[in-house]
Design a protein around this ligand. Structure first.
Ligand SMILES: [Cu+2]
Length: 122
C-alpha cells in the first residue's frame, strides 16, 4: 500500500515537472519593440583611430551610437555647429545621439582631428 502511494506521488511529480517544462518551452518570445515606429538604431564602431563606417545614411528620428573599441580615448565633436558632442570616451564606452533634423553632419575626434566622419540624415 505504501509503495502504491509512493508510486502515485512520483507519477504526479513527473507530470507536474513535465507541465512546467512544456510551459517554459512554449512561452512566447517577446517581440523586440522600438519606442517610436520607424525609428532605427544605428551603430558606429570607433576602432584603429577610425570611425566605422566613416559615412552613414540615416533617417530623421534615428539614433546613432558610437562605441569606442580602442584603448586610446576618443571624443566626438562636430566640425561645424554642435550637433555631435561627446564626452571623452574610454575603451568600451558609448555615446548616442538622436538626429531630429535632416542634413549632413560632419564630425571628427577632437583629440585626433585626422579622424573624420559624416552622418547624412534624410
Ligand atoms: Cu580620437
Amino acid at each position: 500500500m505504501r509503495n502504491i502511494i509512493l508510486c502515485i506521488a512520483l507519477i504526479l511529480i513527473v507530470l507536474l515537472a513535465g507541465c512546467q517544462a512544456q510551459q517554459t518551452i512554449t512561452a512566447p518570445t517577446p517581440v523586440q519593440s522600438t519606442i517610436e515606429a520607424g525609428a532605427a538604431a544605428k551603430s558606429i564602431e570607433i576602432s584603429n583611430f577610425a570611425f566605422n563606417p566613416e559615412e552613414i545614411n540615416v533617417k530623421v528620428g534615428d539614433t546613432i551610437t558610437w562605441t569606442n573599441m580602442d584603448s586610446a580615448m576618443h571624443r566626438l565633436a562636430s566640425t561645424s555647429g554642435n550637433e555631435i558632442m561627446s564626452d571623452n570616451l574610454q575603451k568600451g564606452q558609448s555615446y548616442s545621439h538622436k538626429f531630429y533634423t535632416a542634413g549632413t553632419f560632419e564630425y571628427e575626434c577632437s583629440l585626433h582631428p585626422s579622424m573624420k566622419g559624416k552622418i547624412i540624415v534624410e
